[in-house]
Write a protein that binds this ligand. Structure first.
Ligand code: ADP
Ligand code: MG
Length: 244
């Protein structure tokens, strides 16, 4: 059964795109048929997995494009994504992404939707198209407040629209075990969310920041780096979590 996963957090720079690209790469290596939908006008996932922005977005009928990696397809973002967003308002417009993806769902095992850092109609469309939410979280105090807002927002959507989306998991990113505040946030998150927190944490690792400048996933660029090893383990957890 296909699982559609929105990767969202309204905060920017927390590792959403890094997680989408690298988890997608490792899931494809594990033999899954993976589609990445770039739902962020910044198009960062598109620059790693496609040749940058496309002519049209998923909302304008862009079909999946095979990436250079076997088993990994991508629907890139496009310049019109920002303008498109205005046409997405209203009850029906919020289901645009779900409708646009419907013809492709059966062709994939896992669909990962990268989201922009806000709670605009683009992430709303992603949450209403998804069965699961993956929430990358940087280990810092304000991140927890942002997360509470996103989870409350998801609950509202579920009530309003009978959306099916459930929290799959929280992935702690840019983790620094030597930092007391980071450890405290991790302890709090694990106490509150239990098994819905990924056991794997993603360390701060310059290789993860460098890989995109070579247009590569960490699995292509430096699989044996701490970040590469961590994303491989996180991808295994993702696959297990989606199969449960
Ligand atoms: P978002 O999509 O949430 O805005 P990104 O994935 O683009 O966040 O990450 C923000 C920046 O931090 C990027 O420059 C990225 O390369 C870098 N980055 C992401 N994760 C890590 C990490 N674990 N260690 C070091 N740098 C990271
Ligand atoms: Mg991003």
């Amino acid at each position: 059964m296909t699982r559609v996963v929105a990767v969202s957090n309204q905060k920017g720079g927390v590792g959403k795109t890094t997680s989408v690209v690298n988890l997608a790469g490792y899931c494809a290596l594990a033999g899954k048929r993976v589609l990445v939908v770039d739902n962020d006008p910044q198009g960062n996932a598109s620059s790693v997995l496609a040749q940058g922005l496309g002519d049209k977005s998923v909302y304008s009928g862009q079909a999946p494009i095979q990436s250079r990696m076997s088993g990994l397809a991508v629907i890139p973002a496009s310049r019109d994504l920002n303008e498109r967003e205005r046409s997405l308002s209203g009850g029906d417009g919020r289901l645009s992404l779900r409708r646009a993806l419907a013809p492709y769902v059966a062709s994939f095992d896992i669909i990962l939707i990268d989201c922009p850092p806000n709670l605009s109609l683009l992430p709303i469309n992603a949450l209403l198209a998804a069965d699961r939410l993956l929430l990358p979280l940087q280990c810092e105090y304000f991140a927890m407040e942002g997360m509470a807002q996103l989870l409350a927002f998801m609950e509202d959507l579920r009530d309003e629209q009978t959306a099916a989306v459930e929290l799959l998991g929280i992935l702690l990113t840019m983790h620094d075990a030597g930092h007391p505040l980071c450890r405290q946030v991790e302890t709090d998150i694990r106490a509150h969310f239990g098994e819905r927190t990924f056991a794997t944490t993603i360390p701060r690792d310059v290789s993860l920041a460098a890989a995109p400048s070579h247009g590569q996933t960490i699995g292509e660029y430096e699989p044996l780096s701490p970040g590469g090893i961590a994303y491989l383990a996180a991808a295994k957890e993702l696959i297990d979590g989606l199969e449960r």
